[in-house]
Design a protein around this ligand. Structure first.
Ligand code: FAD
Length: 399
């Protein structure tokens, strides 16, 4: 999981912060309690030990885009669902905080997936890997074999993040860090261009990209028009397919990190403005509807904004925030439905086994993926559906 830590605003007093003898503790405000804010608070605590006061402000829900609900005693993730073994920070912190992690996916066994193009299922994974491989070659020629070394090369560069950070390397900007590990160029091209450079653009290669790789990206991001770095990150399971979520929900990780950091969490408390003070410190103001949670002066030595700035509605006063390249955000709606899929909706007499459905962009379905998340003993299935718009009940009944 990538930390979206968008701005770190630190006064010059940070450099002298180790010397707190007799002085007020070094104070840090973190805006946002998602996994980015929770890790920020934890790292500040590690750096300053007990000599820091850490306040976290959260406008909506603690955990941000990691939320889950219980369905008949099973945890179902609504936002960030899986993390990969290669995400050492999540893996190691989940372990050291003794949260426990469980394999992601169905409560029973992995469901093989199928790809729907709007009129038929163009590819079906088998529970037998040899059969799946034959089907891959039949539909996509040698594209898979041309492609499969690419994620490995990217993972090797990605793992350098950990090495560099262990060695104490620090970068002033995300660009600098990406340059250092050799991944910056990938952020400057589209996933499509990067893949075509590897597998070509013939008809079998185009199908492999549009149906399989873009289908995986739609499952992970509910969109497929991505830069090559984001697109390739969701291909990491080709290298290591051990995928997990935190037992009881990924949101437990953010909550446990905040407790571990001994951070004071203010919630609901939405920050409206961050103002630079003449002495170089930072004054935070809450929105009027959430101000009741906090009465005292909110002035800090440092502020970390751990939320996408485009969504944060924060006014910056007395300084210019770091410039950001334009980025488009999209809504993802997660719908949980219990029942059984209707084969007739997909124009078939029987659905592919597993009933885990990726769709091609050309399919123009009102959803971008359907995945079974719980199979009940009586055969009923709870499905998770991703879409860009809420799905009407009449449509859900048809599906
Ligand atoms: C449906 C879905 C599925 C996903 N699946 C995966 C997955 O399987 N694996 C994966 O690794 N990633 C996944 N992601 C992405 C992952 O959820 C995010 O990358 C990650 O959670 C972002 O964490 P964050 O802390 O940077 O931001 P957020 O989680 O967005 O946290 C920011 C927090 O700041 C708060 N905030 C905003 N403005 C203010 C303000 N002015 N004052 C106070 N608080 C404020 C917000 O309410 C929010 O709680 C998924 C995302 C979605 C939406």
């Amino acid at each position: 999981m990538v930390l979206a830590l968008l701005a770190l605003l630190v006064t010059s007093s940070l450099l002298a912060s180790g010397d707190t003898c007799g002085a007020a503790p070094f104070s840090v405000a973190v805006v946002g309690s998602g996994v980015g804010g929770a890790f920020s608070a934890t790292l500040v605590r590690q750096h300053f030990n007990a000599s820091a006061l850490i306040d976290v402000y959260e406008g909506l829900a603690v955990g941000g885009r990691t939320q889950s609900i219980e369905v008949s005693g099973e945890t179902v993730e609504l936002g960030a669902s899986i993390f990969c073994e290669l995400n050492y920070y999540l893996r190691d912190w989940a372990e050291s905080l003794q949260l426990g992690r469980v394999p992601a996916g169905l409560n029973t066994t992995d469901a093989p997936f199928a790809i729907f193009d709007g009129s038929s299922f163009v590819f079906q994974q088998s529970t037998w890997s040899a059969v799946s491989l034959c089907r891959l070659v039949w539909r996509y020629g040698l594209s898979y074999f041309r492609f499969r070394a690419a994620p490995t090369a990217i993972v090797q560069k990605y793992l350098r993040f950990y090495t560099l950070q262990r060695e104490g390397f620090s970068a002033d900007t995300p660009e600098q860090l990406l340059q250092e590990v050799g991944l910056f160029d990938l952020t400057q091209k589209t996933f499509k261009d990067a893949i075509e450079a590897i597998i070509g653009s013939g008809s079998a290669a185009a199908r492999f990209l549009d149906e399989l790789l873009s289908g995986i990206n739609r499952v992970n991001y509910n969109q497929a028009a991505l830069n090559a770095f984001a697109g390739m990150v969701s291909m990491f399971p080709f290298v290591d397919d051990r995928l997990y979520h935190v037992r009881g929900g990924n949101v437990r990780l953010s909550k446990a990190l905040l407790t571990h950091a001994a951070a004071r969490v203010h919630h609901p408390a939405a920050i409206q403005a961050i103002q630079r003070q003449p002495d170089g410190r930072w004054r935070l103001t809450l929105t009027s509807d959430t101000a009741a949670t906090r009465q005292e002066d909110m002035i800090y030595d440092a502020v970390m904004v751990a939320t996408p700035l485009e969504q944060a509605n924060i006014q910056f006063e007395g300084f210019d925030p770091p410039p950001l390249p334009p980025r488009k955000y999209q809504r993802t709606v997660t719908t949980l439905v219990s029942g059984r899929l209707q084969p007739t909706y997909f124009g078939v007499a029987a659905l592919p086994p597993g009933e885990s459905i990726m769709v091609t962009a050309a399919a123009k379905t009102p959803f971008s993926s359907i995945a079974p998340v719980i199979v009940f003993p009586n055969g009923t299935i709870t499905y998770k559906i991703f879409s860009a718009e809420p799905l009407a009940t009449t449509l859900l009944n048809e599906i």
